[in-house]
Design a protein around this ligand. Sequence first.
Ligand SMILES: N[C@@H](CCC(=O)N[C@@H](CS)C(=O)NCC(=O)O)C(=O)O
Length: 201
Amino acid sequence: MSEEIVFYHNPQSRAQMAHWMLEEAGAPYKTVLIDFAKGENRTPAFLAINPMGKLPTIVHRGTVVTETAAIIAYIADAFPAAGLAPPPGDPLRGAYYRWLFFGAGCMEPALLDKMMNRPPVERKAAVGWGSYEEVMATLKTALANGPYLLGDKFSAADVYVGSEIRFAMMFGAPALKGETVFDDYVARLSARPAAQRAAGG
Ligand SMILES: N[C@@H](CCC(=O)N[C@@H](CS)C(=O)NCC(=O)O)C(=O)O
C-alpha cells in the first residue's frame, strides 16, 4: 500500500495548517488542489471522500482523515521519526492532547464567535469554550513559560494552535497582536523552515 498521502488542498483555507504539518513531518504527499469557486469540493467524487465537502482532507493507506486537528495528530503518529508528538506513556502526552483538543473544541469556536460578531453566549457555564476572553487568557498562561505549548518541546499541538493564533491575528482578533507572548510565539513558529515552505502554497 502506498505510503504517499493524498492531500486535498486549497491554500486559502484551513488546509494550510495540514500543509505545514506535512512539511514538518517530512511526509511523502501528493497535492490535489480543490477550487472552491468551481465547486470542486461539492462534486460527487469529492463528497464520496468527505461528505462535509470540506478541506483539509487526506487519504493515507486507504483511510480518509478529515478535521484539521485530527489530520495533524494523525500525521504526527504516522511519521514518528519527526518527533512531533510525545509517544503514549510519555507524561507530556496529556498536555499534548489537552492543547490539540483545546484548539479544536475551545479556541476555534471562540474565535469564530468573535470574527462573526456573535452576541455573547447567555449560558456561559453550558458552553464548552466559555468565552473568547477566557480562551485567550488560558493560552497566554500556557505559553508564558514557553517557548512552546509543551515547554521546550515543539510539537504538532503548536502547528495547530499556533496556526489558529496566527490566523486570528491576521483577522485582527482582539487580545492577541501586541501581546508579547503571542507575538513572540507566532514569530518563532513562522520562522520554521517547514512553515515557510508551506506558506509558499
Ligand atoms: N471542522 C473542519 C472545518 C473545515 C472547514 O470548514 N474548511 C473550510 C475551509 S477553511 C471549507 O472547506 N469550506 C468549504 C465548504 O464548506 O464549502 C476542520 O477543522 O478541518
